[in-house]
Ligand binder design. Structure first.
Ligand code: ADP
Ligand code: MG
Length: 694
């Protein structure tokens, strides 16, 4: 075993105690782990900033200053006032008080390096690194800043120590570091060798060398990831026969010819993509992304009609009963001119209804069936199931989806629809195995929704506004957050809200319906219907209405404690209004104390209605792992240097290149790809197949 595999504890300056800490805090055990632990930013240590110019932002700064005064609050903190020609600043130490007191003697000068922050309106630095003036100023060049923790810093593993450890480790390891990418991959993508990249990622010779190093390491990570995902897809496609659907069919044409509007460009494109899949002889596995209102239902129906036109049946599965009902109702107008028989199957279908539906599915007379999970029960069987459309994929587990397969001799084609806009880069990673279609164009006529963020103090004016809207015949949603950890609190939230609304909108003049997750499904349906049919002016609800509910006459969406919702959720909620001809409003009520962060997030909602932009920003602000709609799955891999939020272009490049490698050598059997096979075996690229419909 070479140096790379040896335990970090034997590196000079580490020892068992620090080794244990490096392992528990950063997961670093071996020298190899260490040299693959990269800086997350670089600072120019040759640059000294005058105190007067220090800004309280995220950047680290270096100042050169003289100690003026040292105050100790025993066992608590050490406050050190330092000064340069331009001004004064306070430095604060909570740890190592005695040690710092002994060296920070008034009158002596040092180089201080740290992260400025604002405290009580003044700028200070907590726990800056302290260096003697001569040593502190490095001879130009960029110094890496490594991710760290309080524990590490307080046990002496400062940034400077980390740099020293890296230097020692590189000295031992670089000679034996093996290249991980084939020669031809390096050449075709103009990538530098691994040893050059590792050296310069830690100790960049200059800005240019750093960029080369970063590009190489990021590309490698993204390329291998995409290669792994796409390889799974190749294997699956090669193995799977798909039902061949060559015809367009009367039914499709009849629907198309009777449409009261023309398809949007995006709808045309996506239908073409789907048709190409159906004609390919391979099984389709396609994700259809489209913002609320982008016209996914029509695409779903027309896809189903293609299946029917080829002599097969199709099903549309929705996550809730309300949605299934609504889908069923919505598709009737498209099906009317086609003569195709459809049916609705849910948990509340009666025994008698079921019997009729069962018979129709078995003898093939039902062409399109809409339903909930009830569709995947064992008792349901089809004459010839050819296509499944699944709405809102993240609510269906992989197991449930795979059950669909058992209902057909040859696996049916699958179209998964989601209204949760997932940034392209993330989608490529999460669903690398799926083909992706995007409805990125709204049907004409949709009016922008005017969005506002208000404080609770302005609720009086808001109620007045809602009364005016109701007077002119409109309806309003008022939504309260659900707090998953505490169901009782959920109810009390929405019920308190309900009481407040009842006071503001008293009977008999106003009718207010209440819907929440703890109600029986009949009650829920009854109240929801009352609102949908216009018998209630206001619907007070928790987020059960988040997905899909269509009430075009509703023109106001009020969201209480808006800061408790994720951006994508807010976007979905807002999409519930603006569906009718009238101007619509979304009013977000912030809690009494919302953070600046939360305020910025909500401000983004005010600024844009573009779901993809909101999703991208959400990812940038929160990091891809927290992105809504992906929470259940998390990210399939941990990237060590590339960022899905920032390296989108490189990801596309890497993906295209991975594709070209696989086109030439789908099994990666070629000798020159042996290195790639070896790398793919590493755990890191063993991507769990989240999309796995198969
Ligand atoms: P989604 O399911 O994507 O949220 P829907 O399929 O419910 O959106 O469509 C939203 C509304 O737009 C529906 O009333 C639908 O009839 C209408 N619509 C769909 N396609 C078009 C189009 N090409 N032109 C005009 N209106 C359309
Ligand atoms: Mg829909």
């Amino acid at each position: 075993m070479g140096e790379l595999g040896s335990n970090i504890q034997y590196l000079s300056g580490v020892g068992p105690k620090r080794a244990a800490l490096l392992k528990s805090e950063l997961g670093i055990e071996t020298l190899s782990d260490l040299i693959h632990f990269y800086p997350f930013r670089y600072i120019d240590r040759s640059r000294v900033v005058p105190i007067a110019q220090v800004q309280p932002d995220l950047a680290y700064v270096q100042i050169k200053a003289t100690v003026i005064k040292v105050d100790e609050v025993p066992h608590k903190r050490l406050s050190v006032i330092v000064e340069d020609d331009s001004g004064r600043m306070e430095l604060v130490f909570f740890k190592g008080i005695n040690w710092n007191k002994s060296r920070l003697i008034p009158g002596s000068s040092f180089i201080f390096f740290g992260k400025p922050q604002t405290f009580s309106g003044k700028i200070n630095m907590v726990h800056p690194e302290v260096d003697p003036v001569q040593e502190g100023l490095m001879q130009g060049g960029l110094t890496g800043v490594y991710p760290s923790t309080e524990k590490l810093k307080s046990s002496g593993i400062t940034g400077k120590v980390m740099c020293k450890l890296q230097a020692a480790a590189l000295g031992l390891c670089l000679p034996e570091l093996e290249e991980t990418l084939p020669e031809y991959v390096l050449a075709e993508n103009a990538l530098c060798p691994l040893s050059y990249a590792i050296r310069n990622i830690h100790f960049p010779k200059d800005e240019y060398a750093l960029q080369k190093a970063q590009r190489r390491l990021k590309f490698e990570e993204l390329f291998l990831l995409q290669l792994s995902l796409l390889k799974q897809k190749y294997v699956r496609t090669a193995a799977s026969r798909g039902i061949l659907m060559k015809a367009v069919g009367e039914e499709f044409r009849a629907c198309f010819n009777a449409l009261p509007y023309s398809l949007t460009g995006a709808q045309q494109r996506v239908i073409k993509e789907i048709r190409a899949d159906l004609m390919s002889g391979h099984q389709m596995n396609r994700l259809l992304q489209g913002d609320v209102g982008s016209g996914k239902t029509l695409v779903a129906v027309m896809s189903c009609l293609l299946a029917v036109g080829n002599g097969f049946q199709a099903c549309i599965m929705a996550p809730t009963e309300v949605l299934a009902q609504q889908h069923f109702a919505n598709i009737q107008k498209f099906l009317a001119p086609t003569g195709v028989r459809s049916a609705l199957l849910t948990g509340s279908s009666t025994v008698k209804e079921r019997r009729i539906i069962d018979a129709g599915l078995r003898d093939g007379s039902i062409g399109i069936i809409v339903g909930t999970h009830a569709l995947i029960e064992d008792s349901v069987s089809f004459a010839s199931l050819g296509l499944c459309v699944i709405d809102e994929q993240h609510r269906f587990g992989v197991d449930q989806r795979s059950k669909l397969w058992s209902k057909s001799a040859v696996p049916p084609h699958i179209l998964v629809m989601t209204a949760t806009p997932i940034p392209r880069t993330l989608a490529m990673t999460l669903y690398g195995d799926l083909d992706i279609s995007v409805l990125d164009e709204m049907p004409p006529g949709r009016k922008p929704v005017q969005t506002m963020l208000i404080t609770p103090q302005r609720k009086g004016a808001m109620y007045e506004f809602i009364r005016k809207q109701i007077a002119s015949g409109r309806q309003a949603f008022i939504v309260y957050p659900m707090i998953f950890e505490n169901e009782k609190l959920d109810i009390s939230n929405v019920e308190q809200g309900y009481e407040e609304i009842m006071k503001e909108f008293p009977l008999p003049r106003y009718k207010v319906a209440l819907v929440h997750g703890q109600q029986k499904s009949e009650d829920k349906a009854f109240n929801m219907d009352a609102f949908a049919a216009g018998r209630a002016n206001i619907l007070v609800a928790t987020t059960v209405i988040e997905v899909g509910v269509d009430v075009p006459n509703a023109s106001v969406m009020v969201i209480e404690s808006a800061e408790r919702f994720g951006l994508s959720q807010l976007h979905q909620l807002r999409g519930r209004v603006g569906r009718g001809a009238e101007k619509s409003y979304c009013i977000m009520v912030g809690g009494p104390k919302i953070s600046a962060d939360a305020h910025n997030r909500l401000q983004l909602m005010v600024d844009t209605e573009d779901g993809f932009r909101i999703a991208e920003e959400d990812m940038r602000m929160r990091g891809p792992g927290d992105l809504e709609g992906t929470q259940q799955s998390g990210l399939p891999v941990e990237l060590s240097i590339a960022s899905l939020a920032r390296d989108g272009i490189l990801l596309s490049e890497a993906r295209a290149y991975a594709q070209s490698v696989l086109e030439k050598d789908p099994g990666l059997n070629d000798k020159r790809n042996a290195l790639l096979v070896r790398e793919l075996r590493k755990n890191k690229y063993n991507v769990k197949d989240y999309s796995a419909i198969s």
